[in-house]
Design a protein around this ligand. Structure first.
Ligand code: GAL
Length: 872
């Protein structure tokens, strides 16, 4: 054994052996903190206990330009050619007080991450556009906390890393006053090597973020908005994102697996490292391997040069594998590969790789085949924010978003237009969603003056390689998108960049196709020719009133490539708002006399109106059916999001969502549900039927259902039995004249009764109804979503109610934010008073300890309500 290795094992042999014994039982080494013993690998959350301060003018005279030469080498592991040299001499910033231990940060805000400094508002932040959400995301933010290490942690033969899953943006990190590196692109995950900059005792970590105005077309968030980890490992270890598992041959009887492991050796002598890996079934809820190994990779031994890296491949077979496949038709079974490294018979590192066994084929005619079964893409695009929680990622909030999309029949997600939180992909793996994983909204040509184009030349390669390596083991990810609506798509120079980016992806992963969202590229353009599968934004169904389609020209040009709609619809609406008259068409461009209520800044929820480039769902469905080789669509968007409030720039959030930002369903939800879950007996009437000022006026009634016939009864009288237009799930009675009373629809499929729905004219607001999505929540950042409905004396929601609701809480919990889904509501999200919007409001509750939490809601003149949750 090498002398320094022997020293290490002598010093901590017992703890080391103990750890191995425990790891054999639970297989959860990676996430376990074993109390600081310097052996093996530990991944320790650094989320708690930061101090934070935001500055609207530069407090330190630093800038990315000044720091750049010291930051660029942080990307070196992801550059195939010449690496960046670290400049000689002392790095900048060491004299700034914030990076020094002696600085007193007591007056700074105490925060835990994930933290989004902008989301609490207030709205109308100076200089921030409607597109960016009018929240104070700009400025310089400093975060500080200390980390205590032992002498063993920093002894020879040990390495220490800082892993940041996402910080918006231009991160620069000082440790004990020394600039160790950074990463400008705010959406990517990155690692900095702290080894050699640490001491026994307290170590100060200071992180500077810098967000420009006009940096994005949507809300970017601000701050360390994802998890942050300290990694302690043997100096010879599995490298960052250092494993890659492929499943080249999969059947119900057998799967062959291929594994590549990259070992990094930070010792000053070369190491002969044996890599052993076993495969287990994996339970993503308990985060544990299950039972006995179901496969074993053949051991491989590699010589890793001093200060170098080496990779080794091996293969394994799993008999009768439990396959991963998208819900609901298939089961998202997960596996974990547990890799151990040993030197001279001593285990020095253990590393877990979660993965799924599945085959994916992108077939030009049959569409996406997963485990040989055709899976139609019923997808939505979604931005990274979680509404009133902002960009700060929260697992339960992400889970709720995906679960509601699945309830609608959604099975696919496009991470428009940036790398998601790693946990969103964990959720997609667990819930069985397929993912189109997207990295960029801009390349070298700007959309906004301060967007990614500024750093594209230096960073596109490291960003792209880091993104692929991070996400490539997720079975949910089925394709890589290198961009969205890149300017000048027909310019051959753009095509050249597409080629370069595609080549980079192919160097990292040959198992998934490369694509992008193209809104105007022609089939003859180099950019389109470069893609493995063709993603068309809007142009397949035609823009607005135009019905010409580019599907046929792409089909002719690319008979062997899968074609799909990477972005569709952009239909706009405000939940529960109906604007009259209603177009008789199944599709209309919005405008002052077409679906818009200009004064109120709302859009009609009939689901028929779109911007000039978009289409109604009805129009998209018809185009998809007319071109059956098209593999499906990703609708813009599943959920409303902060920013981009087209067409009312002074609002705070989008109108595009099928679900509003608070999580209440717009009518369109049921339109997609009728198409995507066509075996689900459901009928949904719109609009509501409480119109004191419309008595005697034509008030069209529409119904969404997967039925093929429907009869509407208005106050008991038939308004006719009708069929929907071809490819549509919309039944229309456009001449109904409103009188108070009730509506009842009876639907039929194949001549048999299918589903019914009713709506009635409600009375005045009498009380609040309250309900929690879950009445027991955990203590680890878990959330309960508390919904309020303003109801009449019979308990039916008053559809136009806008009562002001005041929330209060008792017990060990806190109300994190409130919302109502109204894009025009500029009340800051933490406010405990929130007006109902179309009868509903929401409060989001987090536990601060174990026990009973009671949330109460009151409103003037009507009866309040309360609900009790258990936190444990
Ligand atoms: C698309 C774009 C999206 C969003 C959408 C709104 O063209 O890709 O990011 O802006 O329009 O309709």
């Amino acid at each position: 054994m090498l002398p320094h290795l022997r020293m290490l094992y002598n010093a901590c042999g017992l703890a080391f052996l103990l750890m191995l014994a425990q790891s054999a039982q639970s297989h959860t080494v990676e996430s376990r903190n074993n109390g600081g013993a310097a052996s093996g690998r530990q991944r320790i959350s650094l989320n708690a206990g930061w101090r934070f301060e935001r500055f609207t003018s530069n407090p330190d005279a630093l800038s990315y330009d000044l720091l750049k030469q010291w930051i660029l080498p942080s990307g070196n592991d992801f550059i195939s050619g010449t690496k960046h040299e670290l400049p000689s001499g002392t790095p900048p910033g060491g004299n700034i007080s914030y990076v020094q231990d002696s600085f007193d940060d007591k007056s700074w805000e105490a925060v835990d991450v994930p933290h989004d400094w902008a989301i609490k508002g207030p709205f109308n932040a100076p200089g921030i556009s409607g597109e960016m959400g009018r929240l104070p995301s700009n400025g310089v933010g400093w975060y500080r906390r200390s980390v205590t290490l032992t002498a063993q942690d920093i002894a020879a033969g040990r390495s220490t890393f800082l892993d940041i899953d996402g910080a918006m943006s231009y991160s620069a990190v000082w440790v004990n006053g020394y600039l160790v590196g950074g990463w400008p692109y705010g959406y990517n995950s990155f690692r900095l090597d702290l080894t050699g900059h640490l001491k026994a005792g307290s170590n100060l970590i200071a992180i500077r973020l810098d967000n420009a105005l006009d940096s994005s077309r949507y809300y970017p968030g601000a701050g360390i908005y994802r998890n942050i980890w300290l990694i302690k490992a043997d100096a010879t270890h599995v490298g960052q994102f250092g494993t890659f598992i492929r499943t080249p041959a999969v059947s119900k009887k057998s799967a062959s697996l291929q594994l590549t492991v990259e070992v990094e050796n930070q010792r000053s002598t070369s190491q002969k490292v044996t890599i052993s890996t076993k495969v287990y079934e994996y339970d993503p809820l308990t985060k544990k391997a299950k039972g006995k190994a179901v496969g074993t990779f053949s051991d491989v031994t590699v010589d890793v040069a001093a200060g170098g890296k080496a990779s080794a491949d091996s293969s394994a077979t799993v008999k009768n594998p439990k396959l991963w496949g998208p819900a609901p038709a298939q089961k998202p079974n997960m596996h974990v590969a547990i890799t151990t490294l040993s030197v001279g018979g001593m285990k020095i590192d253990t590393y877990e790789t979660k993965f799924g066994i599945r085959s994916v084929v992108h077939d030009a005619t049959k569409g996406v085949l997963i485990n040989d079964e055709a899976v139609r893409i019923q997808g939505t695009c979604n931005h990274h924010d979680l509404g009133s929680l902002g960009a700060a990622f929260n697992i339960r909030a992400g889970e709720r978003q995906l679960q509601m999309l699945q309830e609608m029949g959604g099975n696919a997600l496009r991470t428009s237009h940036n790398p998601p939180a790693p946990e969103l992909l964990d959720l997609s793996d667990r819930l069985g969603m397929i993912v189109l994983d997207e990295i960029f909204d801009t390349w070298s040509t700007q959309k906004k003056s301060h967007d990614f184009h500024l750093i594209f030349p230096d960073w596109h390669e490291p960003d792209l390689r880091a993104f692929i390596r991070r996400d490539r083991n997720h079975p949910s990810v089925i394709s890589w998108s290198i961009g969205n609506e890149i300017p000048n798509q027909s310019d051959p120079a753009t095509g050249k960049i597409a080629q370069e980016l595609r080549n980079i992806v192919r160097e990292e992963d040959l198992t998934r196709p490369v694509t992008q969202g193209m809104n105007n590229a022609k089939a003859a353009d180099l950019t389109a020719q470069t893609m493995d599968i063709e993603g068309l934004n809007y142009q397949g169904e035609g823009h607005g009133a135009d019905t010409s389609s580019t599907f046929p020209s792409f089909r002719v040009a690319f008979p062997d490539k899968l074609i799909y709609t990477s972005e569709s619809a952009s239909t706009v609406s405000s939940r529960g708002i109906y604007v009259f008259p209603v177009t008789k068409e199944n599709n209309a461009v919005f405008g002052p006399n077409s679906g818009e209520d200009v004064e109120a800044r709302h859009l009609s929820d009939y689901g028929l109106y779109e911007p000039s480039w978009g289409a109604s769902p009805d129009k998209v469905f018809a185009a998809q059916d007319e071109h059956p080789y098209v593999a499906g669509e990703y609708v813009w968007t599943g959920w409303d999001y902060v920013g981009e409030p087209t067409p009312f720039d002074t609002s705070r959030s989008s109108y595009f969502g099928i679900i509003d930002m608070a999580g209440f369903k717009k009518d369109r939800f049921f339109q997609y549900q009728s198409r995507w879950r066509s075996d689900f007996p459901m009928a949904h009437i719109l609009p509501h039927w409480t119109w004191p000022d419309r008595v005697g006026l034509v008030t069209p009634v529409h119904v969404f259902s997967a039925a093929d016939e429907a009869e509407l009864f208005v106050n008991g009288k038939s308004a006719g039995r009708v069929k929907p237009a071809k490819s549509s799930n919309r039944f229309r009675w456009d001449d109904v004249v409103y009188q108070p009373g009730d509506l009842r629809v009876v639907t039929y499929k194949n001549g048999k009764k299918w589903a019914v729905d009713t709506k009635r004219t409600v009375g005045s607001a009498a009380k609040l109804a309250i309900s929690a999505d879950r009445s027991a929540i955990g203590l680890d950042n878990d959330l309960s979503f508390i919904s309020i409905a303003v109801v009449d004396s019979k308990g039916d929601t008053v559809p136009q109610a806008s009562n002001s609701i005041t929330f209060s809480i008792s017990g060990p919990g806190t109300i994190v934010s409130t919302d109502n889904g109204d894009p025009t509501d500029m009340t800051a999200f933490p406010s405990l008073t929130r007006k109902a919007f179309s009868g509903h409001a929401l409060a989001i509750v987090r536990a601060t300890g174990a026990g009973a939490i009671t949330v109460s809601a009151t409103a003037d003149g009507i009866t309040g309500a309360k609900v009790t949750l258990k936190a444990r």
